[in-house]
Ligand binder design. Structure first.
Ligand code: HEM
Length: 448
């Protein structure tokens, strides 16, 4: 790592720039930002600043400082994400500061553990319907197979049946557009649209899709729908022309992190015979004689299948988001440093979960470590920060955990899988969101 320190405000943490002056740290940072964080920490200590493309990113890597990161009034979430939100969803600054807090309060209120439970039966039906389209046997890239089932099912559940892509061609088109948007999300959040043509056109396509979804959602007489959807609630909060734009952000947040985690959870389970066996013992004993086509799985059933939930939590731990961020709005004291206003503060859940003081054998997939967490009472393990923290903690976390627990139990009950490739590595290219696999992973499946 050829880096050098640069001039810095007094008492600020060490500030690093790359060895090629005109690239700055962006060079190495852009190649594999996750590796870069670990190397810089080893060399410069637990708090350091990286100068990338004129921006100061200050990393906070000690668990002891996480409470301050999440709770301090000297740092702010909205100030950190406003610009990326403007670039990725074209929401004006004024609209964002006016409606962001209310829209998040709404999502949080609609996705409490209790309200999430009301969505579970319908979600299970949707998963069944889409999984049945796989036929009795076949093969394919696991990530694609999952996207084709989970995207439309979750959209039907959160945005309404009329707003879920209908039929194989529509699903395929949506998966293609959404994947392009998601893959470029991080670069799109930083760069002007003219550098990212394909990405911009997917974004436009998605925005016009959301526009027509909102028209449909508003048109449905309330007695025709199961109950109001999250999208219908959201449009009542946003009183300006950016309704589809907030809709797109919500859609992205609900699909982008959870579905790669399903991939990892299944890949870890299937590649590990002892773990696969333990999961199947619980699944089969609880679901034993259920219909294999339209398999009903209730939340009470899931309570009796805790091992699968541990697998989900362990997959989230190991493939957690590369970074969460806050803006320093007043000089922020941390350890012996004063971090200047304007810095972007970064905390990496991915690396935090590799701290052996909190997670022994941190690189190993060990579902049993979750036995200690009080998951029934919605407690996590100490040191687990995959959903962020403080008042901006992920409002979709209870939904995500229910969705993944339900899906993995269901798919393993209905189908038998064989992995034809080795489990991929995480790509380490992205800081935003959970990790993506670095190559395809082919599986063969047959309906039980
Ligand atoms: C395993 C799956 C998921 C992970 C790991 C995850 C993680 C996160 C993280 C780290 C944040 C930022 C928190 C912070 O800065 O403190 C976040 C924000 C958010 N998440 Fe999730 N999330 C997941 C699933 C979901 C789902 C399923 C939904 C919706 C149904 C959702 C909706 C949101 C929203 C709307 C925000 C923005 C909050 C704000 O603007 O204040 N997430 N998520």
């Amino acid at each position: 790592l050829r880096l050098f320190l640069v001039k810095n405000p007094p008492n600020a943490p060490p500030c690093i720039k790359g060895w090629i002056p005109w690239f700055g740290a962006a060079f190495e940072f852009g190649q594999a930002p996750l590796h870069f964080i670990a190397q810089a920490r080893a060399r410069y200590g637990p708090v350091f600043t990286v100068l990338v493309a004129g921006k100061r990113l200050t990393f906070v890597t000690d668990h002891e400082d996480f409470q301050a990161f999440f709770m301090s009034k000297d740092v702010n979430f909205e100030q950190a994400v406003q610009e990326p939100v403007q670039n990725t969803a074209s929401i004006s600054k004024e609209s964002f500061f006016k409606f962001h807090a209310a829209s998040i309060a709404l999502i949080k209120g609609k996705l409490t553990p209790g309200n999430t439970a009301l969505l579970a039966n319908h979600l299970c039906e949707e998963f069944n319907n889409h999984l049945e389209n796989w036929g009795s046997k076949g093969s394919g890239c696991l990530n694609n197979l999952l996207r084709n089932v989970m995207y439309p099912a979750v959209m039907s559940n959160l945005l309404g049946k009329c707003n879920s892509p209908n039929g194989p061609a529509a699903i395929q088109e949506f998966v293609k557009r959404f994947s392009t948007y998601d893959d470029g999300f991080e670069y799109g959040s930083q760069l002007p649209a003219m550098f990212l043509k394909e990405w911009s056109s997917s974004k436009k396509w998605l925005l016009s899709l959301l526009e027509s979804m909102i028209i449909r959602a508003v048109d449905i007489p309330s007695n025709e729908s199961r109950s109001e959807t999250l999208l219908q609630y959201l449009v009542t909060i946003i009183a300006d022309k950016f309704q589809p734009n907030y809709g797109l952000l919500m859609l992205w947040a609900s699909l982008a992190n959870a579905i790669p985690i399903t991939f990892w959870a299944l890949a870890f389970i299937l590649s590990n015979p002892a773990i696969y066996k333990s999961a199947m013992v619980q699944i089969s004993s609880v679901l034993k004689d259920r219909d294999k086509k339209n398999t009903r799985v209730s939340l009470d059933d899931l309570q009796e299948i805790p091992y699968v939930k541990w697998c989900i939590m362990e997959a989230i731990r190991l493939r957690a988001p590369g970074a969460v961020t806050r803006r320093v709005v007043r000089p922020f004291k941390l350890q012996n440093y004063i971090i200047p206003s304007g810095d972007l503060l970064m905390l990496s859940p991915f690396w935090a979960h590799r701290e052996p003081r909190y997670f022994t054998d941190p690189e190993d997939f060990k579902p049993e470590r979750w036995e200690k967490a009080d998951l029934r009472k919605n407690g996590f393990l100490e040191g687990f920060v995959a959903f962020g923290g403080g008042k901006n903690q992920c409002p979709g976390r209870w939904y995500a955990i229910m969705e993944l627990h339900l899906f993995v139990a269901l798919i393993l009950y209905k189908f038998e899988f064989t992995l034809l490739d080795q489990v991929p590595e995480p790509s380490l290219l992205h800081l935003v969101g959970t990790q993506q696999p670095d190559r395809p992973c082919t599986v063969e499946y047959s309906h039980r």
